[in-house]
Design a protein around this ligand. Structure first.
Ligand SMILES: Nc1ncnc2c1ncn2[C@@H]1O[C@H](COP(=O)(O)OP(=O)(O)OP(=O)(O)O)[C@@H](O)[C@H]1O
Length: 520
């Protein structure tokens, strides 16, 4: 090599291009080289021995890891199977498989700590489960117990309420009785109120909300809601909308009976058009009102007393239309002083239905006076007057009772009806006569000496039944509907004023066999 280098060095570069390259390996076997070579070979052998040892060890380790992986895998399946069998819901466990670098020992330690944890989890789970089950039982029995207590508390309360309600009703009944006695003593005008039920034919119009309600526990109270405000009216008796004709008549019956005893009685129905005045007074053939029932009741009473008294009953039926007293066929009548000098009023030429034929018709429900049958019926006042003359068969004394049953014209205000011409005249006349009635009532209430009976035909005709010493009842008819609330309030305010009128103790019109007597 050195020789070659020398040769190259000695050779010019240009010459080198012309020389053919010769490669020659020269073995140099120096003693130190040989020794180094021997040492290197020895070292090489040792290293290859070590390498084969390491390879064997590595294979061993790989085998161990494989086996430990298998064991781990088995254990993992066992854990999952174990948990699956102890849970109704599947439990998903994520177990990190040890990497090859993870020591088998640590893994085994971890695995060996799993079964106790699993056991304690199982125990916890079982205890929770039994708690939940027990809680259900506990809760169920607590609820049943609470229910029992509530039911018994409710029944105790309702018993107490029943008791209170009973007491309250008794109090109300007692109060009513005392009030009636007071009314009897003072001779107040009794004011009853009937609420018209909401009928099918009312239902197509607006303002259908019911704003007038009765009180089940207080039959004297009527509640009216207007413009969001509630107001209670106290009257002598309030009939709820479902009250029957019979129930209404039962309230009136004692007054009818007193007519046989010789009292002058006036019963009138007041209220706006369509509120049920005619229904209450006349009713229908199938369901008669006060007029029919009063006559029937009178004839029954007369029958019961026939051994001691003899009675003559006469009935007249007229109307007042535009301040004219007339029959329903239009024939006019006059009101005059009775020429007999008794000071009583008298209607010359008045047609009277009397005695047997009247009784027969009444008993067969065949009597109709047709007071409200014509086209202006709602704009006229209809009067049915029953006069009962009695003679005491033993003493010969005579009684003269009179029962005026009046179905007044509709009470609505003129401006509301939008009336013109003939209608306006009718409305004004109705208003005038109702106003005159109000004035009479006001004067009676104020115990004035002058009572303006003559201000209208109606009050003039009724003066011998409406004034002092007589018995009067007014049935105020009201609609329950919102659209009529204005008229309802007007009627009820009028009714409350009437309630306070004192006519003084009622006086019997009796004439003893020898001389005239008035009062009892
Ligand atoms: N309590 C009731 N039960 C069933 N229907 C009733 C009742 N009250 C009134 N009605 C019905 O309502 C309608 C109007 O009643 P009604 O003619 O008696 O009123 P009114 O006040 O007399 O009217 P008007 O002033 O026009 O004569 C009638 O069809 C009547 O049958």
């Amino acid at each position: 090599r050195n020789a070659y280098d020398e040769f190259l060095g000695a050779t010019d570069l240009r010459d080198r291009e012309a020389v053919t390259y010769v490669t020659q390996t020269v073995e140099v076997e120096s003693p130190s080289t040989l020794r180094q070579l021997a040492e290197a070979r020895e070292k090489n052998e040792r290293l290859s021995d070590k390498l084969s040892d390491q390879n064997a060890r590595c294979k061993q380790l790989e085998e161990q890891i494989r086996r430990s992986d298998e064991v781990t895998c088995n254990l993992q399946h066992k854990v999952i199977d174990g948990l699956d069998s102890s849970h109704s819901q599947p439990v998903y466990l994520t177990i990190q498989l040890p990497t090859k670098t993870y020591s088998c020992f640590a893994l085994q330690r971890r695995l060996s700590s799993l079964p106790p944890t699993l056991c304690s989890m199982k125990a916890d789970y079982a205890s929770l489960r039994s708690q939940v089950r027990n809680f259900g039982d506990f809760y169920g029995s607590a609820v049943t117990e609470a229910k029992k207590q509530i039911v018994s508390a409710i029944s105790e309360m309702s018993e107490a309420n029943k008791d209170l309600l009973e007491k309250y009703r008794k109090e109300v009944a007692l109060r009513r009785k005392y009030h009636e006695q007071l009314v009897e003593l003072k001779g107040n005008i009794r004011v009853l109120c009937r609420v018209k039920p909401v009928l099918k034919e009312d239902q197509h119009e607006e303002g259908l909300a019911v704003v007038v309600t009765t009180d089940l526990n207080n039959e004297s109270a009527l509640n009216v809601v207007s413009k969001g405000k509630g107001r209670t009216f106290e009257l002598d008796k309030v009939f709820h909308p479902q009250a029957t004709q019979e129930e209404v008549f039962q309230e009136i019956e004692p007054l009818v009976t007193s007519c046989i005893d010789g009292y002058h009685v006036c019963i009138f129905a007041y209220g706006q058009t369509g509120s049920g005045k005619t229904y209450t007074m006349e009713g229908s053939v199938e369901n008669p009102g006060i007029n029919q029932r009063a006559l029937k009741h009178l004839f029954n009473e007369i029958e019961d007393r026939k051994d001691m008294w003899s009675y003559t009953v006469s009935v007249s039926s007229v109307e007042i239309y535009n301040e004219v007293l007339r029959y329903k066929d239009g024939e006019k009548l006059d009101i005059k002083m009775n020429p007999d000098g008794s000071g009583h009023l008298h209607v010359p030429g008045l047609r009277l239905y009397s005695n047997q034929s009247l009784e027969d018709k009444t008993r067969r429900n065949r009597i109709t006076f047709g007071t409200q049958m014509n086209q202006h019926s709602s704009r006229s006042h209809a009067l049915l007057t029953i006069t009962v003359l009695g003679v005491d068969l033993a003493s010969g004394s005579k009684t003269c009772g009179k029962l005026n049953l009046v179905d007044l014209a509709g009470s609505e205000r003129v401006w509301k009806s939008g009336a013109e011409g003939e209608r306006l005249k009718e409305a004004q006349n109705i208003n005038r006569s109702l106003l005159a009635l109000g004035d009479v009532i006001q004067a009676l209430r104020g115990r004035q000496t002058y009572i303006p009976f003559r201000n209208s035909k109606l009050t003039y005709l009724l003066q011998d039944s409406l004034g002092k010493g007589n018995k009067t009842a007014m049935v105020v008819q009201v609609s329950a509907l919102e659209r009529n609330v204005g008229e309802t309030l007007c009627s009820l305010k009028f009714a409350q004023r009437v309630c306070k009128v004192e006519l003084g103790p009622a006086a019997r019109k009796i004439e003893s066999a020898g001389h005239n007597d008035s009062g009892s």
